[in-house]
Ligand binder design. Sequence first.
Ligand code: PEP
Length: 246
Amino acid sequence: MQTTRRPFVAGNWKMNGSKQLVSDVQKALDAAGIAECDCVVCPPYPFIAGFTDLANVGVQNVSALDNGAHTGEVSAQMVAELGVRYAIIGHSERRADNHESNDIVAHKVHKALQLGLTPILCVGESLQTRESGKLYEFIAEQLDAVIRLTGIEQFAKIVVAYEPIWAIGTGKTASPQQAQDVHAFIRGHLARQNAEIAESIRIIYGGSVKAANAKELFSQPDVDGGLIGGASLDPQEFIKICQAAN
Ligand code: PEP
């Protein structure tokens, strides 16, 4: 039996935005009234409180550590206490800029889950890895590092984002077939450990998604929505992408 997966679209503002953008995006979301899709905004921490419904807000990172002497860090406990529900974890920019290994990412996912957050776990390969023929091995290890720590059952509470690094912020979107191939691989990989969870987990695609290509990408059988960077900074463009998944 085929499970119906509720579409999921998240906007990753990265280190962008302003109070004005918070207000514009909130108004656009309210006016659009998107009902059949989870539509989440992940602004930088200082802008979180400007949103009226924190249940549809996510953060872009959480610490793997508990509260304590860790200057500049933000704990999953603090995020959960605010009422925020989602946390992007393991984005390729953080893996690169902050040396977040698969193991660190796994500990962050584990901590977020313990605090009741829904991790948006990012995986994805560089062009070099893809061209070396090690694409699937690479993605499998990114997933397995998390599975080893949390157990497969926890994937019922996770959203996986497949984001090929070569497609992020480059304008070079994966073709719908390229996205579908990797999404099907991810689902199949999870299914080897738990078929039910693999069938119900949302696997979203990220990498230069815009209104013009969203529908075709989201119509692939294993693509359940998107993680949107640049285009999420334009409220109307973001709404159109959410509508494409709706
Ligand atoms: C991202 O940052 O997760 C992303 C997919 O960015 P962009 O949409 O700009 O490629």
